[in-house]
Design a protein. Structure first.
Length: 1020
């Protein structure tokens, strides 16, 4: 950020790049997050910091966590080792360990002789082996693996088998380190929350990440206020408190507030000599304008280059993004020499182009060497936002994606041709590929990142072109073709018929070219004795004259930018009427209705709109209740606001009670929070995050399973009573279930075993069921209470006999089953899969019979499901935060509702079946009315972390839930009466008569909102 005058320039903020440790004096607003993270790291030794793109994860680590831990332990007792790039995990780790050894002057001759990299790659315990040799007594080492998703997501478009094995080996090494739980080693993983599912697919580490995670949310209004306030003070911008508040309010809902805010202050304060101070806040409040400013600046710099350097510039920027394996983009880090090879120019030209853009402030590039560049200097974009804010860059990236796809297609068909399974390109396909090569001028340095067989593809394209040209020449050499003489009348008649046919086709909208033309290849006869000959005399590619695939380059380093998943709806989008005959719709609040009610506007009599009504009529209560809710939102005084909300509730009660009112619920929760009234009950005895909850139907008994290896039984109807400890082992318990008769309890461990306990025998002897390879994803009892259903990452679905330990395996030709449930008649079993299917098994049929695909969305993943009370309504939660409501008998989708912004981890119905709640990885909970899927919903914002499991209280007035960010079970009230009982205990007065008249009028007679407080405060 540039502050002061032209002669006294000071750079305050890093612009788009994340903060480094040297920037800690200018890092503001995340004090609460830093405090929580420090406690978690000190107590647990392992934590994952999760967050979406541009939430400030790396900055928080560099300027907050590391600095805080150093102050806590002292710089000589804790040593941070930060790995900023995870593209080559073992090499990055080996380099970091060497630097640590050199700085601490450790005697490691033995290690050097063996080779650190060799030890790391030798076995999964190699990492731990090295640490045992270099850590001295009383020391702690903090390992920070930033951009951790690069390990398993950003391997490029065609990863080699060797690279894949190394990634799995590295993940296993970390898993081994974590499970050994060394007190002198602290491990912090930092990754994009959009890539959690990818980690779960390749390693058990994914489960540990969810259980030991902290979800970093977007900055709140209060945090933004403190950030802007600090910027204002240091930068001497002279913004008033009201201006700071207005900026914070406008920016808190922006998609990427922090990087853009940094850019705004740097850019606009640098123009302070040209822009008036009063216009500063106007510019800061428009995100789109900032994007325009940056885009204009970048375009001007691009157009100032000569034509040759513009081409080089385009290739450089295109190369700094590549697609990853999850339909997102990876931000690449390449050396200047690599960029020169891709652009096919000397390294000096690349330096000139990059140097021109490096003059822009804030910097859009990051360099491994800031002062002096060389051929080996690594270059990357400073932030993913550069892509989304520069209009020209967006177009370039689309072209690059198309170019990569064309090259990969050409590589595939050339490989098939070489194997004798395909022919040469012809027609439009040949023309398309030739045009692609002429337009993009690909070189080996560019192509080898996607498929190293570049030379083979180019020779194949040349062969196709020569064969097509030879075919034309041979055709032209054929003699003139003679036709029989046709009489003129017949010729005229035939012409008329053809013209009429064409006119009919045009008028009917037909177009013979509407259908896409398939890929055409020149088919060759397949013969076991083929030696590689082809039509004509051209030599074919064969196994004998195969062009060797060039060796893969050293993998580039990447950072990930998440791309929102594409949602394809393959089912009927029509939403039928509600299941029941009732109708209910919340009234929309228009802008006109939200205007402030002035005293003179109050209706003085019972006459309104020409209709004569009695005072205190039900219509008055309902309308006034809505008016009071709106008025409360404009009221700054906490107690007055709470009085208005509570009085609104009392008026709604007079209309016949409040069964369902999400707006009222939200207003009451906000009011109680302002009064500092605790509204949630806490069940706390676990020492690590609670992973699963199970409420036994028809009882107040709740069962919880935690990462601390404990399973408890709670009586939720008796507050304050100690729970019963049922299991206490060294295992991490991920799932828990209890049989309907209360006889058996089953808990699934992280290692893929099921521990079964007889609750009525009084014995603590545990039956262990083992057989799954990998972790267990779902666990439940069969309705007969003597069998257990389990599914795992090994794609197996098993029905276990508790007494014998034997199991029956049901057929599953599809993906990993993430959740299961029984239909109302207990005959059918439903399961949802990671590859986007909802399956149905007939448990009375043959176990080898394949399941029926009830519903599918192949570009989606389904993570949770739950049956309604009648057993025919099935709710399924997906990857994108959507809940799909299905008719189980037909598979028809009744409705789909967008409840969350991330995957749905759990769904639960209440006992009556008229409420259903969903929990998400975005930390939120949504409660809906069954059958009224598109009505307003009750929203509960969870604590820091994923909401992992849900359960309704027996009377449905509270919702129990747990998340990955705490070790507590939380009970949130969802019944308005439960909230209403707390108001008068927290208020200190009633509404005055003046306030009553102002907000309510005289149509409804004055009354005491809280009679217990008396009327001594009426004229307060």
């Amino acid at each position: 950020m540039v502050v002061g005058n032209e002669n006294n320039v000071k750079l305050l903020l890093p612009g788009f790049r994340y903060y480094h440790s040297a920037d800690k004096d200018f890092f503001f607003g995340r004090d609460e997050d830093i405090s929580i993270l420090r406690k978690k790291l000190v107590s647990g030794n392992f934590l994952t910091l999760l967050g979406e793109t541009a939430t400030g994860k790396s900055s928080l680590v560099n300027c907050g966590i590391l600095h805080s831990l150093e102050n806590l332990f002292g710089s000589k007792k804790i040593y941070p080792v930060v790995l900023e790039s995870m593209r080559d995990p073992f090499e990055s780790l080996a380099d970091a360990l060497r630097i640590f050894i050199q700085r601490q002057h450790r005697e490691t001759a033995e290690l050097e002789n063996e080779g650190i990299l060799k030890i790391l790659r030798g076995s999964s315990s190699g990492f731990l082996n090295i640490l045992d040799r270099i850590i001295q007594p009383g020391e702690k080492i903090l390992f920070v693996f930033d951009h951790f998703e690069e390990v398993y997501c950003c391997e490029g478009n065609r990863p080699s088998a060797e690279a894949e094995r190394e990634r799995i080996h590295f993940l296993n090494a970390l898993l081994d380190l974590i499970t050994n739980n060394r007190p002198n080693i602290i491990l912090l993983l930092v990754l994009d929350s959009n890539y959690i599912s990818s980690l779960q697919e390749v390693s058990q580490l994914g489960e540990l990440v969810i259980q030991n995670s902290y979800l970093l949310r977007k900055v709140t209004y209060e945090q933004l206020f403190r950030i802007i306030q600090a910027m204002n003070k240091i930068g001497d911008l002279e913004l008033q408190e009201s201006q700071i508040g207005e900026l914070a309010r406008k920016w808190k809902d922006k998609k990427h507030p922090l990087p853009l805010l940094q850019y705004a202050f740097r850019f606009l304060s640098g123009k302070s000599g040209e822009l008036k101070r009063k216009n500063l806040t106007e510019h800061l409040s428009v995100e789109e304008e900032l994007a325009t400013l940056l885009s204009i600046e970048l375009n001007a710099k691009y157009l100032s280059l000569n034509p040759k350097k513009r081409t080089v510039c385009e290739k450089i920027f295109k190369s700094l993004f590549v697609r990853n394996n999850k339909d997102g983009y990876c931000l690449a880090e390449l050396t200047i020499n690599e960029l020169a090879g891709i652009a096919d120019v000397p390294a000096g030209v690349v330096m000139d182009v990059i140097g021109a853009f490096a003059e822009i402030r804030p910097q859009i590039f990051s360099f491994s060497e800031e002062k002096e560049w060389s051929d080996t200097t690594r270059v990357s974009l400073s932030h993913v936002l550069v892509f989304s804010l520069w209009d020209r860059y967006g177009e370039w990236l689309k072209e690059e994606v198309e170019s990569i796809q064309s090259y990969l297609k050409l590589s595939r068909v050339s490989e098939l041709y070489q194997q004798g399974r395909g022919g040469l390109l012809t027609g439009l396909d040949l023309a398309w590929m030739q045009e692609w090569r002429n337009r993009n001028k690909p070189v080996f340095a560019w192509a080898r990142r996607f498929n190293p067989a570049f030379q083979r593809a180019m020779i194949y394209l040349d062969l196709s072109a020569r064969a097509a040209e030879k075919g034309k020449v041979q055709k032209s050499k054929k003699g003139k073709i003679s036709f029989p003489r046709i009489k003129t009348p017949y010729l005229i008649t035939g012409s008329i018929v053809v013209v009429i046919a064409l006119l009919i086709m045009v008028l009917s909208g037909g177009n013979p070219s509407d259908e896409p033309e398939p890929v055409r290849t020149e088919n060759r006869p397949q013969s076991p004795s083929r030696s590689g000959s082809v039509t004509g005399t051209e030599p074919a590619l064969s196994r004998d004259n195969i062009i060797p695939e060039e060796s893969q380059p050293e993998d580039s380093n990447f950072r990930t930018m998440s791309s929102p998943p594409v949602q394809v709806d393959r089912q009927d989008r029509t939403i039928p009427p509600p299941v029941t005959g009732e109708t209910y719709r919340m009234q929309d609040v228009s802008a006109a209705e939200t205007r402030k009610v002035e005293p003179e506007e109050v209706v003085e009599s019972g006459v309104s709109d020409g209709v004569i009504r009695e005072k205190n009529a039900p219509e008055d209560f309902e309308k006034t209740s809505e008016d009071l809710i709106r008025a409360s939102l404009r009221t700054e005084n906490k107690e007055l606001r709470s009085l208005l909300v509570y009085q609104a509730y009392l008026f709604r009660e007079k209309t016949g009670g409040v069964d369902w009112d999400p707006r009222m619920y939200s207003a009451m929760m906000d009011a109680l929070e302002l009064l500092d009234v605790p509204v949630e009950r806490i069940f706390g005895l676990h020492q690590k995050p609670v992973n699963d909850l199970f409420l036994r139907m028809g009882t107040p008994l709740l069962y919880s399973a935690g990462s601390d290896g404990k399973v408890y039984e709670w009586n939720v109807n008796v507050p304050g009573t100690s729970p019963r400890l049922l299991m206490n082992r060294s295992s991490i318990y991920e799932l828990v279930a209890v049989s309907g008769d209360g006889m058996w309890l089953a808990a699934a461990t992280f290692q893929g075993r099921i521990h079964v306990l007889n609750l009525k025998s009084g014995s603590r002897n545990v039956i262990e069921l083992s057989g799954h390879e990998g972790s267990i994803k779902s666990l439940m009892f069969n309705p007969d209470n003597n069998r257990i259903i389990s599914t795992g990452t090994d794609r197996k679905l098993r029905i276990w006999n508790i007494l014998t330990g034997n199991y029956t395996e049901l057929s599953n030709p599809y993906g990993i089953i993430l959740d299961v449930g029984f239909s109302g008649d207990s005959r059918y079993l439903a399961g949802c899969t990671r590859d986007g299917r909802v399956l149905r098994w007939d448990t009375e049929g043959d176990s080898d019979s394949e399941p029926v695909v009830l519903f599918e969305d192949r570009v989606n993943s389904f993570y949770s499901l739950e049956f309604g009370k009648n057993g025919n309504i099935l709710c399924v939660g997906d990857l994108n935060g959507m809940v799909h409501i299905l008719d189980f008998s037909s598979g028809r989708r009744i409705a789909q509702v967008k409840n969350h912004n991330a995957r749905v981890l759990d769904i639960a119905f209440n006992t009556a079946g008229d409420r259903v709640a969903s929990a998400s990885m975005d930390g939120s909970i949504t409660v809906m009315r069954t059958g009224y899927w598109n009505d307003e919903k009750i929203m509960i914002r969870g604590e820091r972390g994923f909401v992992l499991s849900l359960a309704f209280f027996p009377n449905s007035d509270q919702l129990l839930w747990c998340n990955s960010g705490t070790s507590e079970i939380i009970a949130s009230p969802i019944n308005l009466e439960e909230l209403a009982d707390r108001f008068c205990h927290a208020l200190s007065r009633n509404l005055t008569r003046e306030e009553w008249t102002r907000f309510i009028g005289t149509t409804i007679e004055y009354q005491l909102t809280c009679p217990s407080l008396g009327d001594n405060m009426q004229t307060h």
